[in-house]
Structure formats: C-alpha cells, structure tokens
Design a protein around this ligand. Structure first.
Ligand code: PMV
Length: 322
C-alpha cells in the first residue's frame, strides 16, 4: 500500500474564471487571479491498494458515488498513467468549511488530491505540473497549488495552462470576511455554468477585456493599492454575474441580501472603511479588506439582517504534504 496525506486551501478569485475554451481539458477562456484562504482547508489521504477493484471516495465520513467519484477517478487515472500503475485508490477527504456554497470547495479538494495522489505513487511533480493536474479536476484548483496571491495564465495550450504565485502570503495582510447567507448546496454547479457561459452575448466582451482587468488587479496587488484593488474586483465580479444572468438557461446566484451587502460595502468604503466585495457561484459575499479593518468589517456584516455566520480567512500558503 502506498499512501500520502496532503492539505490545500480554497481560494477566492479577484479576477474570475468563467467559461472554458476546452471543457474536457479545462482550458479557461480567460486568465484569473486569486488569493488562497488560510485557516480553511481540505485534507486528503490517498492510498493505492492492489486489492481494490475500483476507486473509493469518502468525504467528511460519507462514501460518495456517482458524478463526484467519476471526477476524482478521472484525476486518479491521469496519475496512474503518469506512474505506470494499475492500482485503484481509496481517497479520504475532510473539509473544515461548508461545501458547495460558493466557497470553492472543489478547488481545495482537487489541489489536495493532485498532490496526495502523485506523492502516494512516488511521483515528484513540479508546481506547474501539479497545477495542471489539479486543473483537470476543477479549473480553480490550479490556483490552490501555489501559495499566496496567484495568477492562472490561460496559456496557449495544455502545457502552459497553469497557475503561479505573483506574491507570497505575507506580501499584503488581507482578510476575506465571508458573509454566509445561505449555506444550502447550490443548484447549478460551476462545471455546468462554464459549459453555458458562451450562450451569453456578454461573454465575448468579458473575455476580450480580461487582459485589462488582469493587469489592473495584478498591479494593485503588487503596489498594495487598496482603492484600485477594490474597484477592479467588484467590477470583475459584477461582469461575471452579468454573464451568468444572461446565459441560457440564466443563472441567478444572488439573493436580496447579496445585493444589500454590495450596497453596504460601498457605503462603508465611501465613508472610509476600506473593504470590497466579490461573489463566486453562490449567494455568499466575500468582503475583502486589510487586516486592520477586518474586525470592524466582520462586526458590521454580522449586524446585517439575513447574514448568518461570517467566516474570516487571511492569505494562505501553498498545497502541502502533511
Ligand atoms: O473551478 P470551478 O469549475 O469550480 O470554477 C470556479 C468558478 C468561480 O468560482 C465562480 C470563479 C473562480 O475563478 O474561482
């Protein structure tokens, strides 16, 4: 039996990935930028066993079958091919945060899986190779392999489509205060969403404009210019949701409280509390701020009627073997 145990953080995208130019290989339509979330993690143990007739997946103590197991098996199959092995694996995974609520649980899950599965077979992949492998399970997982502030370049082909750090975790002490408004499992997963992104007449414009947004966001992070950072991440999130809302069928992830939080955050910022919002494929709002403002942002979010809990996470490191 060969096994390995790995840990990876979810990430929050500041310039979002939405839509693929190749769904099978998960080659994105545009590049993206994110930050890993410290304190939140998926821990995964992969053990390859000669006696197993098929792959097994256990998440938070529950055995999983169907589509989610198939997705994990696809990544394990790539690892088996690389290692020249035919052994099936038992995958045991635990999250310390709610899954399927727009907190990119799949990003942490597939990053931890890619690292644990390759190490269990004795393979030592480079960071970019691991990022490419994680990408095959879930696009955003490519960004949970490197640490800190991360850019996923769209590349020209499969080989150069991977993520890398643009700044280490301690470069800018940022906190993501996640206002949980509805922790229920979302109705439309991101894989289905990516597949219909191109049906929105706005997607072409969003993709064409992505290099501009990436340049502004990258520079704002490198210069620690919060005002520029706030404007671009809100703009980018709104653009992605405009595409979602205008695709066929339409995807509306926002609830009334989601929009109320947008207004509150902009009012706070205008009055001097530096915070900015961004939303993934769910109704929860990520309110990002510098560490010094995090206590106040959290307190104000909790006061809003309709906000359940608030999870706070600083800037996280890379996926690692534990
Ligand atoms: O990796 P996926 O297929 O779960 O897609 C993630 C999509 C968003 O979270 C909405 C945006 C992003 O860049 O993380």
């Amino acid at each position: 039996m060969a096994s390995a145990n790995a840990l990876a953080h979810p990430n929050i995208a500041f310039v979002k990935y939405w839509g693929n130019r190749d769904n099978e290989l998960r080659l994105p339509s545009n590049g993206s930028i994110s930050m890993n979330l410290d304190g939140l993690y998926t821990r995964t143990i992969v053990s390859f066993q000669p006696s197993l007739p098929y792959d097994e997946l256990i998440v938070n103590g529950h055995e999983i079958a169907g589509k989610n197991l198939d997705r994990v098996s696809q990544v394990l199959e790539l690892v088996r091919r690389m290692a020249g092995s035919k052994m099936h694996a038992e995958v045991m995974s635990e999250n310390n945060f709610p899954t399927g609520a727009g907190i990119a649980s799949s990003a942490a899950a597939f990053a931890a899986l890619a690292l644990a599965a390759t190490r269990a077979t004795g393979l030592e992949l480079s960071e970019s190779e691991l990022s490419r492998l994680a990408r095959r399970g879930s696009g955003s997982a490519a960004r949970s392999i490197p640490g800190g502030f991360v850019e996923w370049q769209m590349g020209t082909a499969e080989k150069d489509c991977f993520a890398f750090s643009i700044a280490p975790p301690d470069h800018w002490d940022m906190v993501d205060c996640i206002a949980l408004v509805n922790p229920e499992h979302k109705k439309t997963g991101s894989s289905e969403g990516h597949a219909i992104a191109g049906t929105s007449p706005l997607q072409g414009a969003r993709v064409a404009d992505a290099p501009r947004r990436l340049a502004i966001c990258r520079e704002a992070i490198l210069k620690k210019d919060f005002e520029a950072f706030a404007r671009i991440i809100e703009h980018d999130s709104d653009m992605m949701h405009a595409v979602m809302m205008t695709s066929t069928p339409p995807l509306m992830y926002w609830q009334a409280i989601t929009v109320e939080i947008f207004h509150a955050v902009r009012t706070w910022r205008a009055a001097g509390l530096a915070a900015a919002y961004t939303v993934d494929a769910g109704p929860n709002v990520h309110v990002v701020c510098e560490r010094a403002s995090a206590g106040e942002v959290e307190r104000r979010l909790r006061e809003l009627p309709g906000v359940g809990d608030v999870l706070s996470a600083g800037t996280g490191g890379p996926a690692q073997i534990v």
